[in-house]
Write a protein that binds this ligand. Structure first.
Ligand SMILES: *[C@@H]1O[C@H](CO)[C@@H](O)[C@H](O)[C@H]1NC(C)=O
Ligand SMILES: *[C@@H]1O[C@H](CO)[C@@H](O)[C@H](O)[C@H]1NC(C)=O
Ligand SMILES: *[C@@H]1O[C@H](CO)[C@@H](O)[C@H](O)[C@H]1NC(C)=O
Ligand SMILES: *[C@@H]1O[C@H](CO)[C@@H](O)[C@H](O)[C@H]1NC(C)=O
Length: 547
């Protein structure tokens, strides 16, 4: 009874409030989506946004842990004027009001489309968010900067954590579901993006951190739908990262089965039915300390060998832009500092070498060769043997940069050179330190005796409206948007001014520094000591804070 009144009221509001103008797009054989509009942040151009469009059936009930299934067509128009629900993740759930946590929590496989015109063939930029395959959601990545250029932006969500990246390699829990979600979303783009004014033959996958890892996995996987993307940008994330591989997926499922207090956790079919029936919240609480990676040898054959091995035989050959931020590793230095603090370590008796070994330990270097080479490269003996942690900050940063980001990113391009990849590869280091940083993320960074530098994810501040930018930072954002969108349009990053950005000619370079101004250099391995070599690295210290 009430619904006709509500509909006519919303139509009336749509007529009198142009800023909430509704727009509808018919997706052939799928249904109609209704979006609304917003404006770009620098020149106030109007764009349309269709948010929370479901591309897959809810992966709940029978569909939990299974390959994603295309969303069934709908008959009443789908209202895509709000973001879709985030995929289950404890850290964020604990901060959300209870009324946002009702209904089918797993029904989160949605995507957002931003476009200025429906009647064009614009390059498509397909964003895969990061968050250690465990957290993150699409509403952090709105289109207000990128839509200054004539592109279509698609931002997807995919299953996370246990629900997205666990598996036993059987048909019940095949594994790599989050990656398969990403593949299905790419297929969706091939089918429907022309209705939004997108050119399905010009799709750029771009992702940061674990989103970059997934981008690399799409390049590697034999199951990536053919011709579903045509350029790739991986930011601070690489498919060859050892941490990207789940070393013991069945052991993980068993551990979680026991934490859920199910019985018979030694039998695979029993563990599977335990996890299949468990409440989402219980799974999230039972897996707070778990980490996630791709499962090698999954049931559906998406990652039959390690991604590093697969890259050698993959026949996807598309222009690539890849790189890292100058201090990506400060994220890890911060976590290690927190861990020592939590165990009440006295930093005045802790040696620099002991702290550094806390980072090197992740590598599991059985021969000791890499450990020793990195120690020699970064820590003079008197520093290593001291407790002068302040003086060691640049070395700590570079060590973590190399171990967790820079070597993996360079290792990824090495793999491409080893197989005579024919498309251009562009390599950057993002060096610009603006007024904003994501150091500390949602929990703040005031406890640290060092600054975060050009922290992990700080490059994203200039591609998506995340935090307000001052004038100088806005100039950098315009540069980033020009580089990223020109790459999406032409396969080569271009700027109106400055030196031409050159593709790599050999495995070590050339590469470019994204800063004011852009500069080009010849040997990317120099970046292994970028912090130590920086004459201004004393700015990383917080003189008023002791270790
Ligand atoms: C428009 O975009 C801005 C910046 O991203 C955002 O804060 C605002 O909520 C958006 N408005 C609508 C109606 O989507
Ligand atoms: C560290 O010290 C605090 C306060 O003295 C204490 O409450 C806590 O239990 C200690 N933690 C460890 C791991 O020893
Ligand atoms: C590190 O090496 C040990 C011993 O070989 C092994 O048990 C463990 O799984 C390895 N860890 C990683 C992350 O490779
Ligand atoms: C290392 O430090 C200890 C005490 O802190 C000192 O006795 C020793 O001589 C140092 N060794 C070197 C090689 O510097």
């Amino acid at each position: 009874m009430g619904s006709p009144i509500i509909i006519s009221l919303s139509l009336w509001l749509a007529l009198i409030l142009p800023s909430f103008a509704q727009v509808s797009v018919n997706l052939p054989r799928l249904g109609t989506v209704i979006g609304n509009t917003n404006t770009t942040l620098w020149t106030g151009k109007t764009f349309m946004q269709f948010r929370g469009i479901p591309y897959a059936e809810a992966p709940s009930g029978e569909h939990r842990f299974k390959a994603p299934v295309r969303r069934k067509p709908w008959s009443t128009p789908f209202l895509a004027t709000e973001y879709g629900r985030i995929c289950p993740q404890l850290f964020t759930y604990n901060r959300l009001p209870a009324d946002q946590l009702t209904g089918d929590l797993e029904d989160c496989l949605t995507l957002n489309v931003f476009t200025k015109t429906l009647n064009a063939k614009q390059p498509v930029m397909f964003y895969v968010h990061g968050g250690s395959l465990q957290v993150g959601f699409a509403y952090d990545y709105p289109g207000g900067y990128l839509l200054e250029q004539d592109i279509v932006l698609v931002v997807i969500q995919y299953r996370l954590g246990m629900l997205g990246f666990s598996g036993t390699k059987t048909s019940n829990m095949p594994g790599n579901l989050g990656l398969m979600d990403t593949m299905l979303a790419l297929e969706w783009v091939q089918q429907y993006i022309s209705a939004f004014g997108g050119d399905k033959s010009k799709v750029t996958v771009f992702g940061e951190s674990s989103g970059g890892d997934l981008g690399g996995a799409l390049l590697a996987s034999p199951k990536t739908p053919p011709s579903s993307f045509h350029r790739l940008i991986t930011q601070s994330g690489s498919a060859v990262d050892k941490l990207l591989v789940n070393q013991d997926p069945i052991g993980q499922v068993e551990r979680v089965c026991r934490a859920l207090q199910c019985r018979q956790c030694e039998r695979i079919d029993k563990m599977e039915s335990c996890l299949k029936k468990a409440d989402v919240w219980d799974i999230l609480r039972a897996t707070e300390t778990e980490g996630y990676g791709l499962i090698v040898g999954d049931f559906h054959g998406t990652i039959p060998q390690t991604p590093a091995q697969l890259i050698a035989t993959s026949n996807i050959d598309v222009p690539i832009m890849t790189g890292f931020t100058k201090h990506d590793g400060s994220l890890v230095v911060g976590s290690l500092y927190d861990a020592f603090k939590a165990s009440n370590t006295s930093f005045s008796s802790l040696k620099v070498g002991q702290f550094a070994n806390g980072l090197l330990g992740y590598l599991n270097d059985t021969s000791g060769m890499t450990d020793n080479a990195l120690t020699r490269l970064l820590f003079p003996l008197n520093l290593w043997n001291s407790s002068d942690h302040k003086r060691a900050i640049p070395a700590y940063f570079d060590l973590a940069n190399i171990l967790f980001f820079k070597s993996n990113e360079i290792g990824f391009t090495n793999k491409l050179f080893a197989k005579s990849y024919s498309s251009p590869i562009y390599f950057y280091t993002f060096d610009y330190e603006g007024a904003q940083t994501n150091f500390g993320f949602d929990t703040g960074n005031s406890q640290y005796p060092f600054n975060g530098g050009v922290h992990h994810t700080d490059d994203l501040l200039y591609l998506f409206p995340m935090k307000p930018l001052n004038t100088a930072d806005t100039e950098m954002a315009k540069k980033m948007v020009a580089l990223w969108t020109s790459f999406a349009m032409t396969g080569a990053p271009k700027l109106a001014e400055g030196p031409p950005v050159l593709p790599m000619q050999y495995p070590r370079g050339p590469y470019f520094h994204i800063n004011q101004p852009i500069t080009v250099e010849d040997d990317v391995l120099k970046e292994f000591t970028a912090t130590i070599d920086d004459r201004n690295n004393n700015k990383l210290d917080r003189p008023d804070k002791e270790f």
